[in-house]
Design a protein around this ligand. Structure first.
Ligand SMILES: [Zn+2]
Length: 295
């Protein structure tokens, strides 16, 4: 599938029932009398900004530089050279082995998420060029059941990594997953962590270069598996990255958490990530890194 055919999705992800993120207090309440179509409010600085200006700026706040939500399709568009994306394993569809039901049936939830996002599941994978360098590329999208990793996300990433190994391609995976493992698929989603990590170990033994790009949010089982296993780990500014959410940790340890806890800048200062890269610079930085590593 070419990038152009991917459905546009500019809807903000709904994390209200996210066990990790849903408990975060909303910083800014919706301002009365502001039409929602033309304007949007920055989650970080609280400024009301023109939606079109934000869209033209790769969904980065023109006032404070905050990196807002970006769909998987847009990520692919901004990361790869125009028209070079070829999707892999786009036919994989989620199943419902547990006939899981929470607020609604998982099978129904999947269909409504597919309609809303234009994705089959929370990951897009394939190959394309970054400034004329061929790469294997994967993106997870927090708009699809919080970007959680079920069987399809795990399988698509594992196959992506295996093809990258066979074809000796640099591997770039951009994580935007607030949900971690997908509870709706029970143990089948948990085993994806091990499966993807094992594929990465074989890729590593074969001498591959894996650049993991963490975006807001990267949490739970995704942070605890492939997202943290990059030879190099890049993060967008101010992204929330961690395992359990800050409120859960605070309630458990009953201590004040340090300022900026679980944000990119804090994690860079403490050695968990290698570099903070602005969205506008990501493509060039990855291309430069591939060259630097001789891939
Ligand atoms: Zn802002």
């Amino acid at each position: 599938m070419a990038t152009g055919e991917l459905k546009e999705n500019r809807d903000q992800p709904d994390n209200s029932d996210d066990p990790l993120l849903g408990d975060e207090p909303k910083k800014h309440r919706a301002k009365r009398g502001v039409p929602s179509g033309l304007w949007l409010r920055c989650d970080d600085c609280g400024e009301t900004v023109f939606r079109k200006t934000v869209a033209e700026n790769m969904s980065v706040c023109p006032v404070c530089g905050y990196h807002m939500y970006l769909s998987a399709a847009d990520r692919i568009r901004y990361l790869l050279d125009e028209g070079t994306f070829e999707e892999w394993d786009g036919n994989l569809m989620p199943a419902d082995p547990l006939e899981f039901f929470d607020k609604k049936a998982y099978a129904e939830r999947v269909v409504s998420e597919q309609k809303r996002t234009g994705l089959r599941d929370a990951a897009l994978t394939g190959t394309g060029m970054i400034r004329a360098r061929r790469v294997a590329v994967g993106v997870t999208d927090s708009a699809f059941i919080m970007g959680s990793m079920g069987s399809v996300v795990g399988e698509r990433l594992a196959r992506l990594i295996e093809r990258a190994t066979e074809q000796d391609l640099p591997l770039v995976i951009v994580s935007g997953s607030g949900g971690g493992a997908r509870m709706h698929e029970g143990i089948l989603s948990l085993m994806q962590m091990a499966k993807v990590s094992a594929a990465l170990a074989r890729y590593d033994e074969a001498g591959g270069l894996f650049i993991s790009v963490l975006t807001n949010p990267t949490m739970g089982g995704v942070a605890a598996s492939f997202a943290s296993l990059g030879d190099l780990v890049f993060a967008e500014p101010k992204a929330l990255i961690g395992f359990a959410g800050p409120r859960t940790i605070k309630a458990t340890i009953r201590l004040e958490l340090p300022e900026g806890f679980q944000r990119s800048e804090f994690l860079l200062a403490h050695g968990y990530i290698d570099r903070i890269v602005k969205r506008a610079d990501m493509k060039s930085e990855i291309a430069r890194t591939i060259d630097y590593c001789g891939k």
